[in-house]
Write a protein that binds this ligand. Structure first.
Ligand code: GDP
Ligand code: MN
Length: 399
């Protein structure tokens, strides 16, 4: 689960991290009070969307002006005019896709005088099975680009979960960022604070880009992006309240109600698969035959008929979907349950696009018989390769 920058900063502040003071604007009537709570002389007005690259982003509407989604105002009046220009407008950044995202929340922050910009993140490192910091002196820019062109400028500091963060980790971080003296001490403290916040709230990712040194020698988190591990959210009901459903895909919200692992994608072939590995293989083979999947969907090992029906409804409700591939290996999940679920779903929502079903495993003969006798217009397939070719051909035949 992702949260907004202003929420992430409030959370980090609670753990004692150095964050500029600021106030959120959730509706237009909040603007005056929020701007008045910042003393200036510089007000930073920041679009709050779940996507990065806001500073270099562009609004769709001309009324929003040319200045991007993060703006520095020199007076309260200027800050107010930026709020009016940006509020409710659609911001397109490198990460939003061409459609952009509507800015429904803004954040007004005390401006900082920047001496240096760094990159700092914490994540779960699969290699070590622990939390690692990733740091670079090349802050404020696209870290993927730095990783590609200057991998030597990216430093990874792995932390053993048994010891937790230690002073030497902080010193290594300071060294990686070229900090000495008091700033090195601040970096040491920051590493402990961020690690504590990360572990205590079950984050999966924390990114500070940029982490800055101010002109008066203070380390400060100028941007903050936080993702929580959704599987641990039950332990943090107060964090679940930070969820902003308007930032999420409606289909993904619907899927989460049924505990389905669903990710919306850009292609045309809707996929219903059990098991994440098989789902990945299914996406790959669709691409191999030259089409693009419309979603990743893992209905899980022991899905009920109800869950299968819900999954099918979500796929068919997507106007992008021009064909559906059901690819199930019946292990714990039995093929006849899937077959009944598919039929129930088709009867409930109708079927306007070609449907290929490939079943294998437990009760496969029973499953195939149920589908064959249902009278539905289903293209049966014998294996994954055959299934992928059939759905790709069917989708192309319609274009
Ligand atoms: P992003 O573009 O979505 O990553 O948004 P950021 O919060 O990182 O802001 C983009 C850029 O705006 C930063 O990299 C800074 O260069 C600039 N910026 C943000 N806040 C301030 C500030 O308080 N003072 C100054 N001078 N620049 C700022
Ligand atoms: Mn940033």
């Amino acid at each position: 689960m992702n949260i907004h920058e202003y929420q992430a900063k409030a959370l980090l502040r609670r753990f004692g991290a150095p964050v500029p003071s600021g106030a959120a604007i959730l509706s237009a009537s909040d603007a005056d009070a929020a701007i008045a709570s910042v003393t200036g002389p510089v007000w930073v007005v920041k679009s709050q969307i779940h996507a990065g690259g806001r500073g270099k982003g562009k609004f769709v509407e001309a009324e929003a002006g040319e200045l991007g989604g993060v703006r520095l105002a020199r007076s309260a009046e200027e800050a107010k005019s930026f709020v009016q220009q940006m509020f409710g407008r659609t911001l397109v950044t490198k990460q939003t896709g061409p459609a952009g995202k509507q800015v429904n929340r803004l954040y007004v922050e005390e401006g900082s005088a920047i001496e240096k910009e760094f990159y700092l993140s914490a994540l779960v490192d699969r290699t070590t099975g622990g939390v690692a910091f990733v740091a670079s002196t090349e802050g404020g820019m696209d870290i993927e680009e730095v990783a590609a062109s200057h991998p030597e400028k990216i430093h990874t500091i792995a932390i053993d979960p048994a010891t937790g963060v230690m002073p030497h980790h902080g010193r290594t971080l300071a060294k990686a960022l070229g900090l000495t003296g008091d700033l090195a001490k601040q970096a040491e403290k920051l590493s402990a604070t961020l690690y504590e916040a990360f572990v205590a709230t079950d984050m999966s990712m924390l990114e500070i880009n940029p982490l800055i040194v101010t002109e008066d020698g203070q380390l400060r988190c100028l941007d903050a992006k936080v993702s929580f591990d959704s599987n641990a959210l039950y332990r943090h009901p107060e964090l679940a309240e930070l969820r902003d459903l308007t930032e999420e895909d409606e289909k993904e919200i619907e899927a989460s109600k049924y505990d389905l692992a669903y990710i919306a994608l850009d292609g045309t072939i809707g996929c219903m698969v059990n098991g994440a590995g098989l789902a990945m293989a299914t996406l790959d083979i669709i691409k191999l035959y030259g089409e693009e999947p419309a979603n990743f969907l893992d209905v899980g090992g022991g899905a009920s008929e109800e869950k299968v029906t819900a999954a099918f409804k979500i796929i068919t409700a997507d106007p992008q979907v021009k064909g559906i591939l059901v690819n199930i290996f019946g292990g714990i999940m039995k093929c006849d349950v899937i077959a009944n679920g598919v039929i129930a779903a088709v009867k409930a929502v109708g079927l306007q696009v070609p449907l290929v079903v490939r079943l294998e495993g437990t009760n496969v003969e029973e499953g195939k018989r149920i589908i064959a006798e249902s009278g539905l217009d289903v293209l049966p397939a014998d294996d994954l390769d055959d299934a992928a070719q059939k759905i790709v051909a069917a989708v192309r035949g319609r274009n």
